[in-house]
Design a binder for this molecule. Structure first.
Ligand SMILES: Cc1ncc(COP(=O)(O)O)c(C=O)c1O
Length: 384
């Protein structure tokens, strides 16, 4: 295995050596005082990252578990759910809603576009919904949906739960759970948080916890029940199911790094890296899937120029030591996706752009070498 490969896919992302070393420590007893202290510290820092005074959960599983827990705990059979879909991952909420017996109404926009608050308002005026689901950064397109503004709309319909997927944004872009009225915020460890895959991270507000006591039907998941995990998140010496001890070490370490950097500085770094990448893409005459005004700071999806083969391009990139991802769903084969998130720095961005130029040239595209790099440098030159 090549240890110097640069992982520029939209998660998992490159993990800091301090976080990797934390993973290697011997597991403590999962109910010991020592481990409880680490877990409590991680959860307290996680609250800062979610910007909430509510409850947070870190459960062994991936981001999909976080999405599933969000729906399973508040949606009951027969409930109407408004699922806002702007790409591949928006559909996850639709499928999960169906599994838990809900009746989904899908508000869908074309890939590359974003959900507009007026669309949500229009739908909520016409019908009563138990919950609205939105994906913040839609990883299949690189679009960032306006979750703050959509939250303002949902807030007007007091009983409706606002459920947001921040798997590809938490820790890289602003997510203010309390200020933006997010009732359940579902995320994961392996993207902007900079931890390997394996933790579902969830923030849950009071409205949701109160609802759990008056819901009519039994929660359709035992492992994923907020009620079962809440006592452990409040006091990790208690037992429900064994937490992923080493992943909690890693989370704790990474959250310290995140808060040491400072959230505002971290968001700025993500914004500048994204702008530099997009400037390079434009300079190379390539096109983003996301309309520019909706482009996220964490993920970009880029169309190939004519006659570039997906497999060949990504294997040329790999020869340069850079791993990028393919497209999903209907865009499969038509372009590549990159993650500029987590620990990403200027070197990563510039190396990736160099590799893109080289790979396109090798595949016969008339790319002027250095053009993308220069455009990115212009954006990076004042960033310290
Ligand atoms: C926006 C979004 N939601 C949900 C998921 C699913 O997360 P996981 O693969 O960790 O289960 C992903 C994964 O890439 C994602 O990008």
């Amino acid at each position: 295995m090549i240890e110097r490969e640069l992982l520029m896919i939209p998660g998992p992302t490159n993990v800091d050596p301090r976080v990797l070393r934390a993973l290697c420590r011997p597991p403590l007893s999962h109910v010991s005082i020592e481990f409880a202290e680490i877990f409590k510290n991680a959860l307290s820092n996680l609250k800062q990252v979610f910007m909430t005074n509510g409850e947070v959960f870190a459960i062994a599983g991936s981001g999909t578990l976080a999405l599933e827990m969000a729906i399973a705990n508040v949606v009951e059979p027969g409930d109407k759910v408004l699922n806002c879909v702007s790409g591949y991952f928006g559909h996850y909420f639709v499928e999960i809603s169906k599994v838990f017996g809900a009746v989904p109404s899908v508000l869908e926009v074309s890939w590359g576009s974003s959900i507009k608050p007026e669309m949500v308002e229009d739908a909520l005026r016409k019908d009563n919904y138990k919950a609205v689901t939105v994906t913040h950064v839609e990883t299949s397109t690189g679009v960032a949906n306006p979750i703050k503004e959509i939250g303002e709309v949902v807030k007007k319909y007091g009983d409706t739960f606002y459920i947001v997927d921040t798997v590809a944004s938490l820790g890289g872009m602003e997510v203010r759970v309390d200020d933006w009225g997010i009732d359940i915020c579902a995320s994961g460890s392996q993207k902007c948080i900079g931890v390997p895959p394996g933790l579902a991270l969830i923030a849950v507000g009071r409205k949701t916890l109160e609802y759990l006591d008056r819901r009519k039907s039994t929660i359709g998941t035992w492992y994923g029940s907020f009620k079962n995990w809440l006592p452990i998140m409040r006091d990790p010496t208690k037992y429900f199911a064994t937490p992923a001890v080493n992943m909690i070490y890693a989370l704790d370490e990474s959250l310290k790094l995140i808060l040491d950097e400072g959230l505002e500085d971290r968001f700025k770094r993500h914004r500048v890296m994204a702008e530099a990448f997009r400037a390079a893409i434009t300079a190379l005459g390539l096109r983003l899937v996301a309309e520019e005004r909706y482009a996220s700071d964490t993920v970009s999806a880029v169309y190939y120029p004519e006659n570039v083969d997906d497999g060949k391009f990504r294997s040329e990139m790999k020869k340069c030591g850079i791993i990028v991802a393919g497209m999903l769903g209907p865009l499969r084969g038509k372009g590549f996706r990159v993650g500029h998130m987590g620990n990403v720095n200027q070197n990563d961005i510039l190396s990736m752009i160099t590799a893109i130029e080289t790979s396109l040239r090798k595949l016969g595209h008339s790319t002027e070498l250095g053009r993308g790099v220069a455009a990115a440098q212009e954006k990076l030159v004042n960033f310290t």
